[in-house]
Design a binder for this molecule. Structure first.
Ligand SMILES: *[C@@H]1O[C@H](CO)[C@@H](O)[C@H](O)[C@H]1NC(C)=O
Ligand SMILES: *[C@@H]1O[C@H](CO)[C@@H](O)[C@H](O)[C@H]1NC(C)=O
Ligand SMILES: *[C@@H]1O[C@H](CO)[C@@H](O)[C@H](O)[C@H]1NC(C)=O
Ligand SMILES: *[C@@H]1O[C@H](CO)[C@@H](O)[C@H](O)[C@H]1NC(C)=O
Ligand SMILES: CC(=O)N[C@H]1CO[C@H](CO)[C@@H](O)[C@@H]1O
Length: 342
């Protein structure tokens, strides 16, 4: 940590301690959402109370994001959607789903397995694929943040690991940590430490997978669509919620069956501490198109499974908030459409 950072850090701790850290930010919710969303039972999000020790940890883990600095530097972006979620949550259906019989499956195996695709979903492995026990299946989905910094050697390693897995279809999208994957990124807006890092067009190293960038792929008639954008400033694939983020979701095809994004939608397994990091426009699309499944990660704190009655939401992050792998993939089945839709 160089001296300006130490000073900035101490200054911010001071601000937070006096409760003044939030005054700079007109959009910030003064009474953040602290209760779990209703009518859930057994919610996976338990929010620990906030301490200065957490601030120190956050600083090392998230850099200045843990301290809320983007709120000051990027005043255009609301950064979280707490106020909106508080307004709309009463009308949302949220039922927490649990894995069955301690397996990775969130549903019972279908009787006639040949009519279904078995799908395995993971996300946010952060260079630790070796720590995840991946069940076999027809399709393996990785919803981004395969690396920490888009490191060349780690991309080669990830590709080799994917090559060894038996799944006939492997679908991967980028996340905010894949530095170099976003050809439109303004690199001067990265955290200073990140600016020299990454691998330009690093996805080209991923020869053993199907890399999806605003693209769809049909497998046995089932349409999968993948897209990496998120609202966390300073990283690849960042889009401003007031300008750009809504537009990228316009590319999602209305007949999508399995939506893969790095960002959560608003309100569904998207809590970072007390802040809703999910995207309102993504939620609008999901509610409109009603894909059977929506797979994402990004917010490690909110790993879990949920349904609104139409769509099953899976935050498949394999890392915990401290980037430590937890080895907890998801498995589900989706009916093939080959018979009805040749
Ligand atoms: C919730 O739904 C009810 C009944 O449809 C409607 O009257 C009310 O305006 C809705 N509230 C919000 C905040 O959307
Ligand atoms: C799951 O595993 C835990 C710990 O091994 C055990 O206590 C529990 O009974 C198991 N639950 C089921 C449904 O098998
Ligand atoms: C648990 O359930 C899954 C899904 O139905 C099934 O594939 C698996 O065989 C079951 N495991 C045991 C030990 O019963
Ligand atoms: C990139 O960001 C910098 C710093 O905010 C800004 O000055 C510059 O105009 C941006 N460049 C482009 C091409 O948007
Ligand atoms: C199974 C498989 O296709 N493995 C390939 C993974 O990618 C490396 C590098 O491109 C190839 O050498 C492997 O054959």
């Amino acid at each position: 940590m160089n001296p300006p950072y130490v000073l900035l850090f101490l200054f911010l701790i001071l601000l937070r301690g006096r409760g003044a850290g939030e005054c700079n930010v007109p959009t910030r919710n003064k009474t953040p959402l602290r209760t779990p969303p209703e009518p859930t039972t057994n919610t996976p999000n338990t929010e620990p109370s906030h301490t200065t020790k957490d601030d120190f940890l956050d600083f090392f883990i998230y850099g200045y994001y843990g301290l809320g600095l983007p709120l000051i530097f990027d005043e255009v972006d609301p950064f979280h959607e707490n106020e909106l979620w508080d307004l709309i949550k009463a009308n949302k259906t949220q039922i927490v789903l649990h894995k069955i019989n301690n397996s990775s499956a969130i549903m019972a195996e279908p009787k006639d397995k040949s009519r279904y695709l078995k799908v395995v979903a993971i996300s946010d492995t952060h260079n630790q694929m070796a720590g995840v026990t991946i069940p076999d299946g027809d399709v393996l989905i990785h919803a981004g943040d395969l690396t920490n910094d888009g490191e060349y050697e780690r991309l080669v390693e990830f590709n080799n690991q994917m090559g060894l897995l038996p799944h006939p279809h492997k679908l991967v999208i980028g996340g905010n940590h894949e530095l170099g994957f976003d050809v439109f990124e303004n690199k001067t807006k990265r955290r200073p430490r990140d600016q020299p890092l990454g691998t330009e067009e690093g996805w080209k190293l991923l020869t053993n997978v199907t890399y999806l960038l605003d693209q769809s792929v049909k497998i046995d008639g089932v349409k999968f669509y993948g897209s990496p954008y998120h609202a966390l400033p300073g990283f690849p694939f960042y889009k401003n919620r007031k300008n750009g983020l809504r537009e990228v979701w316009e590319r999602v095809p209305s007949d999508v069956d399995v939506l893969i994004t790095h960002s959560p939608p608003l309100g569904y397994l998207d809590l970072f501490r007390n802040d809703r990091w999910g995207c309102r426009y993504l939620l609008e699309k999901v509610e409109k198109y009603q894909p059977k499944f929506h797979i994402y990660g990004h917010v490690h704190q909110s790993y879990g499974a949920m349904t609104n009655g139409k769509t099953t939401f899976l935050n498949a992050a394999q890392c915990d908030p401290k980037n430590k792998i937890q080895d907890r993939p998801f498995v589900f089945w989706i009916e093939k459409k080959t018979g009805t839709n040749p």
